[in-house]
Design a protein around this ligand. Structure first.
Ligand SMILES: Cc1ncc(COP(=O)(O)O)c(C=O)c1O
Length: 427
């Protein structure tokens, strides 16, 4: 979704230095059965640059300690975590104390649903969508046991876009929360989250935005769009396996998380339970450093870290757009192939480069296996977007084949994938 920030930063020239980018990711140099490995599995998890690997290793080698101790490595750990919060604050455009670290998005969302659930009473309503990953569905649906009413907004099957009229109709006087994905990890649709926030606000409801799939593809500005909560997972945008929750300070202070007694009541730590994965938090710091460096290389004029991150997004956007255009045009030319989602290039600003298809006579698993033998890493199945595969009636057929492009992929890889798919289909 183009945001105001993207528009304003596009006035300066940005270009992705793809040779440099690829040299940062050691995993990209692998071969499979003599074929170069092509990572089209970004929606399931991206590769990490060397600096993330080094930061994790360095932390374990020299600073491995628990927090809050009166000695060198523990203090270094405290400092490092504070720096990582501030780095993620720049990534999402919020304050450091509004950043909560957790094991992953799903765990953070279950914790938040339990805390929010404490405030809800029978008859209160939560609005969800059928386009969402199950991690932004089941944790809220679990509150039905308290008498909370779950209302689900549909999506348009023709282009897999959210039915905004239906969403608007589902939001009412009893709505307490609207939980919506920023972008679909299955069909790639980018939702109009600004409109979702507007509708929720009008009804006095809170918003919970799942930005896990969107984060590697577009800039996030929690202040500009005034979300109450937003969640993402660093392993989807070139960092380690962890989740991050942004919560508006007033909510993080007011709500009551379930927690152990000795844990502080200060934010954001009251939302973090037990010992965190410190080495991965060190990796998050390095991940944001990578984004910053990418942006500074793309646009020399940037000054702040936030501006560099936005410049990186601008460069990534152009590159992903070019790859997506070629990929979708090439896929649509394959006989017997059906692509689910937006296919009209005029509307590509409303989708990201995550593409799902089915091909007549070939199961998604069969296609993914054959592609895998040729070095192409794709996914088959439902990717936990269970409502999507059920509504489109492909769950019983093995779901879709998903091809996901991120900025370290190349146009040449796109052409090779298309050639391999054609070869498989022609037998
Ligand atoms: C859109 C979306 N939301 C949520 C999740 C769950 O994220 P996590 O693995 O961090 O729990 C995923 C994971 O694939 C996802 O793609």
């Amino acid at each position: 979704m183009p945001t105001a920030e993207r528009t304003s930063s596009s006035s300066s020239h940005t270009a992705l230095d793809l040779t440099w980018v690829r040299s940062q990711f050691p995993a990209l140099a692998q071969t499979i059965n003599g074929h170069p490995a092509v990572f089209l599995d970004g929606p399931g998890g991206t590769q990490v640059p060397q600096q993330v690997i080094d930061a994790i290793s360095d932390y374990l080698s020299r600073n491995n300690a628990n927090t809050g101790g009166a000695y060198h490595t523990s203090r270094n750990t405290d400092r490092m975590i504070a720096e990582a919060r501030s780095a993620m604050g720049d990534f999402l455009n919020c304050a450091a104390d509004e950043i909560v670290f957790g094991a992953n998005m799903t765990t953070l969302t279950f914790a938040m649903s339990r805390a929010l659930g404490r405030e809800l009473t029978a008859g209160d309503e939560i609005v969800l969508t059928l386009l969402d990953h199950d991690a932004n569905f089941s944790p809220w649906k679990a509150l039905e046991e308290k008498g909370v009413v779950i209302r689900t907004a549909k999506f348009n099957e023709a282009d897999c876009t959210l039915d905004m009229q239906d969403l608007a109709a589902k939001i009412g006087k009893r709505t307490r929360l609207v939980a919506v994905g920023y972008a679909s990890n299955a069909v790639g649709t980018i939702n109009n989250v600004a409109e979702v926030v507007r509708l929720a606000r009008q009804a006095g409801a809170l918003t919970y935005i799942d930005a896990v799939h969107y984060a590697p593809h577009g800039p996030i500005d929690v202040r500009a769009l005034d979300y109450d909560f937003l969640v993402c997972s660093t392993y989807k945008f070139f960092g380690p396996h962890m989740g991050v929750l942004y919560g508006k300070r007033e909510h993080l202070k007011r709500l009551r998380p379930y927690k152990v007694r000795p844990n502080t009541d200060n934010i954001p730590n009251r939302w973090e339970w037990g010992t965190l994965n410190h080495e991965c938090i060190a990796g998050i710091n390095a991940c944001v450093d990578y984004w910053e460096e990418l942006g500074r290389r793309a646009t020399l004029a940037v000054t702040t870290r936030r501006a560099a991150i936005l410049a990186a997004h601008e460069a990534i956007h152009q590159h992903e757009r070019e790859m997506m255009e070629r990929m979708i045009a090439g896929l649509l030319a394959i006989p017997g192939l059906k692509l689910y989602g937006i296919t009209d290039p005029q509307r590509f600003e409303n989708r990201c480069a995550t593409i799902v298809v089915r091909i007549e006579g070939h199961s998604p698993l069969d296609l993914a296996t054959k592609l895998g033998e040729r070095g192409f890493f794709t996914w088959d199945g439902n990717y936990y977007a269970l409502n999507v595969t059920e509504q489109l009636d492909v769950e019983r057929l093995g779901g879709f084949l998903r091809i996901g492009l991120v900025h370290y992929n190349t146009v040449e890889e796109v052409e090779r994938l298309l050639a391999a798919l054609r070869e498989i289909v022609e037998g």
